[in-house]
Ligand binder design. Structure first.
Ligand code: B12
Ligand code: SF4
Length: 479
């Protein structure tokens, strides 16, 4: 039996009170799929350093106890440096154990990731088929599999790279098993900061009801491809019911890239939640395509239990909406934010400042949109071109994009692609937060509508203050 250790990395910056962690859905999906495809052949352990980072000594003890046959690590691009450090450590401790890297960073970098000699295999795109295929191959003693294994990348003995293309048509989202949630403890995540303003303060689970998105916003990742593949409404309900009855989960974070692309499917999911009396609550911390909403769908979502929606507006400039290929209808977005707020949903906006050649006027348009909207909260991020995105290809070399995104934070502006200097951009970002949140009417609305009320809000205050101090400290160190 192969012992497989799957690892989530510690968040690069956000530590202490602001440790931000979400149950590792990607790793739980990989394990569940491999279990189904290779019944009884592997045993899995998930270790998530986002919850509890381990020292080198603790890793040594832990791995000595588990003696893994294969180590899989999930990484986002801001984890790039942490990934390198971890691989050095594991190669020292267990030089013969193959290391597989996957997740958004492997998808973004592809074969370039193998420049790190400690990485034996990388899997780009969705990892289920690639990882299970690799486990099959290793079981047969094929270190360098010749057959097609979706997304699998490795270096052959002659030094050439075998890069199997990703093929999203091979995976049917409706037959995917329930993620292997038995491998983690939801309790571990219940006390940490999460993406959603908390409502019940208890256990929650992320759920992904569709994969892929047909839009091509230039800054966006490409883990799941451009074809929208959605679970049927009934399959979504089955996933939810399993979480409710097996794990007592009543609070869901729906983290699809574009949950509401299919309007009727979204409505039907809401109807079924009510018809079956699920009595749950849910949020969309990863955003909805907010110009595809309307009052009817917003009301249906609220009645089914939606309590928080993120509105990924990004820019208030029509010109930039086109340039970044987001093509949002801003008037519709404004209207839908107001509808959602009226339906009692806590609304949060995501904005990006500093797109290539963005002018001060355009930044102001974004800020004006946010200030004059009915949003309860907002994040004003600065633009970081991630490798593998059209944005990075447009304005930076891959090298520079990797350097800019490794260890990056959207709150610390070291470079600017816009007409503003990094200092000016940083100043406008700070001003945006202050003006947005110090609006007395907004403060009252936040207090009134915060999911869980004032008590919940106050319990999250420490998070916001620590985040503020962290940003200030980092900015001082870098200036
Ligand atoms: C939830 C989430 C988080 C959670 C943590 C998630 C977690 N536990 O892994 C939190 C809130 C902490 C977070 C933080 C950030 N996030 Co985030 N997050 C997401 C989100 C919304 C969902 C992730 C998820 O569960 N997806 C569903 C699962 C099924 O997909 P998956 O995790 O990618 O896993 C699949 C494959 O990648 C692959 N795979 C994954 N791991 C492995 C490992 C192995 C060994 C193999 C073989 C395969 C494999 O197989 C899996 C199954 O198909 C995604 C967007 C998205 N739709 O995916 C962004 C996303 C991953 N985040 C992103 C970013 C940029 C950030 C932040 C920088 C944002 C910020 N404001 O600071 C921080 C960085 C934190 C850090 N590490 O330093 C980017 C990453 C881009 C990139 N190139 O790295 C994404 C893709 C969003 C985007 N639009 O671009 N995030
Ligand atoms: S940002 Fe949203 S709408 Fe744009 S491509 Fe990404 S998932 Fe699709």
């Amino acid at each position: 039996m192969a012992v497989v250790v799957l690892i989530g990395l510690e968040n690069a910056h956000y530590k202490g009170q602001i440790r931000n962690a979400t149950p590792p859905l990607g790793l739980a999906c990989l394990a569940a799929f491999a279990r189904e495809k290779r019944p009884g052949k592997d045993s899995f352990v998930i270790i998530d350093e986002a919850v509890k980072p381990l020292s080198s000594k603790q890793w040594q003890e832990k791995l000595a106890g588990i003696t893994p046959d294969i180590i899989g690590i999930s990484a986002m691009t801001p984890d790039a440096n942490a990934l390198t450090r971890k691989i050095e450590l594991f190669k020292n401790l267990l030089p013969k154990t193959p290391i597989v890297a996957g997740g958004p960073h492997a998808t973004a970098l592809g074969a370039r990731l193998l420049e790190n000699p400690g990485i034996d295999y990388a899997v780009a795109g969705e990892g289920e088929l690639g990882f299970a295929g690799l486990l099959d191959a290793l079981e047969k003693g094929e270190k360098y599999p010749e057959n097609y294994i979706p997304g699998l990348i490795f270096k052959k003995p002659d030094g050439s790279i075998k890069e199997n293309p990703v093929n999203n048509d091979l995976l049917d989202v409706n037959t995917l098993p329930l993620p292997a949630w038995d491998l983690i403890s939801f309790e571990d995540y219940s006390t940490l900061a999460r993406m959603t303003p908390s409502k019940v303060g208890g256990f929650y689970a992320p759920i992904m009801t569709s994969r892929g998105c047909p839009f091509s916003c230039i800054y966006c990742h490409d883990v799941f491809g451009s074809r929208f593949r959605a679970m049927t409404p009934m399959r979504v309900i089955e996933h939810m019911e399993q979480l409710i009855y097996q794990y007592n989960i009543k609070d869901f974070e729906i983290i699809d890239d574009i949950f509401n692309l299919d309007y009727d499917r979204a409505l039907e999911i809401c109807r079924l939640i009510q018809e079956r009396g699920l009595n749950i609550c849910f949020s969309f911390p990863n955003g909805l395509r907010t110009d595809l909403l309307d009052r009817r769908l917003i009301r249906a979502l609220a009645q089914a239990g939606a309590y928080h929606i993120a509105f990924a507006v990004e820019t208030g400039s029509k010109h930039l909406q086109k340039a970044i290929k987001k093509h949002l209808n801003l008037e519709k977005v404004r209207q839908n934010i107001a509808y959602a707020a009226e339906e009692g949903i806590f609304t949060w906006g995501f904005f990006m400042l500093g797109f290539p050649n963005e002018s001060k006027e355009q930044v102001k348009k974004t800020l004006d949109f946010a200030f004059s909207s009915k949003l309860h909260g907002a994040f004003f991020f600065t633009v970081i071109p991630f490798p593998g995105t059209a944005l990075a290809r447009q304005c930076l070399s891959e090298e520079k994009a990797l350097a800019a995104a490794s260890d990056s934070s959207y709150f610390i502006t070291q470079n600017s692609l816009s007409q503003l200097s990094p200092k000016e951009l940083s100043r406008m970002q700070t001003m945006a937060f202050l003006r947005f949140f110090l609006n007395p009417a907004r403060i009252v609305r936040i207090g009134r509508d915060y999911p869980g009320g004032w008590a919940c809000l106050l319990s999250r205050a420490a998070y916001f203050f620590e985040l503020l101090f962290w940003v200030r400290r980092r900015r001082q160190v870098l200036s």
